[in-house]
Write a protein that binds this ligand. Structure first.
Ligand SMILES: Nc1ncnc2c1ncn2[C@@H]1O[C@H](COP(=O)(O)OP(=O)(O)OP(=O)(O)O)[C@@H](O)[C@H]1O
Ligand SMILES: [Mg+2]
Length: 296
């Protein structure tokens, strides 16, 4: 995603405890532990390369699920399918009990208001200030008064430690700061599900811990489900309720952090311990480099 691309529609419901609004009864439908995302047998190819070979998993309300896996193994693709930004070739994805594959834009719209997304590269509007970026989903999806919007923007900025940066534009921020603004925007409307694509990339260890606490707090206090793609193993073990390892287009392993640590699967062990030696190949292409060069 480039910095110029628009953010996806985010969530537009009232904060828990606020005035009842159109989405006020939405939580009644999902209790802690209920399946809020159901992914079944998802297949996806680009050209003649099948990236996902039949992925299935569930995410429950309030759960933090970590998706790990080597570079190019389809994690971001899986996230894009889950938010309806792309269509799978086959399989089904239910969000809040509703099948989303093939939904028309106007049918998807009310669902989009209930989840937030933090993209791998922030995806902020370059021409808008930090404050305007965060206010955008509020202006798009609510009829809140500008004064209230301004207070919410300040609150969300405070949460990510950027209170004094409201009037800067993205090019005046560091990469890690942009990530934090992206996070503030993704939680602007108190979503029920948040999808994070590498939230820790570019952050220092202290900020990483702050973001971890935020994710855990949203889950514990507000029952927000989080799907987090990350390579930061320390952070992953800190926040996960469950972890999935995507490898070669399949889910190779799935379990609680304890189960994952205890597994003797060599791919899993190589991945969580960050070892160069092991069964995970460096090369993703199917053609052999030497053959390519020598015409073999
Ligand atoms: N729009 C696209 N068109 C063609 N190929 C694509 C497209 N998007 C992704 N791919 C391919 O799909 C594979 C998986 O990509 P994806 O971005 O999902 O990987 P990832 O697991 O998120 O990797 P990373 O950890 O590096 O972010 C890659 O081989 C990539 O080249
Ligand atoms: Mg990715």
């Amino acid at each position: 995603m480039s910095e110029q691309q628009p953010p996806p529609a985010s969530t537009a419901s009232p904060s828990p405890g606020s005035e009842p609004g159109p989405g006020a009864d939405r939580d009644a439908a999902f209790q802690k532990g209920d399946v809020i995302i159901r992914v079944r047998n998802i297949k996806k190819s680009y050209g003649d390369r099948e990236i996902l070979h039949g992925i299935s998993f569930d995410v429950r309300k309030g759960e933090t699920v970590i998706i790990m896996g080597g570079s190019g193994h389809g994690k971001s693709t899986m996230l894009r399918l889950m938010i309806g930004a792309e269509l799978p070739d086959s399989g089904t994805i239910e969000l809040f009990g509703k099948e989303i594959t093939g939904l028309a834009e106007q049918e998807m719209y009310p669902l989009k208001k209930r989840f937030g997304v933090l993209f791998q590269h922030g995806a902020l509007f370059a021409s808008m200030t930090v404050g305007e970026n965060i206010a955008l989903p509020l202006r798009e999806h609510t009829d809140l008064d500008e004064k209230i919007i301004s207070i919410i923007v300040k609150l969300k900025l405070e949460l990510v430690g950027l209170r004094d940066f409201e009037d800067l534009v993205p090019s005046q921020l560091s990469g890690g700061m942009r990530k934090r603004v992206g996070l503030a925007r993704s939680i602007a409307l108190d979503p029920e599900i948040i999808f994070y694509d590498e939230p820790g990339a570019g952050l220092d260890p202290v900020m990483l811990a702050v973001i971890d606490e935020l994710i855990t707090g949203l889950s514990d206090k507000l029952g927000v489900a989080s799907i987090v793609v990350t390579h930061e193993m320390q952070s992953a073990f800190r926040i996960a309720d469950r972890m999935l390892l995507m490898h070669g287009g399949n889910i190779l392993a799935e379990g609680t952090p304890e189960e994952i640590r205890a597994s003797d699967d060599p791919v899993l062990q190589q991945f969580i311990n960050g070892k160069a030696e092991g069964p995970i190949p460096l090369r993703l292409s199917s053609r052999d480099f030497a053959e390519d060069l020598l015409g073999g």
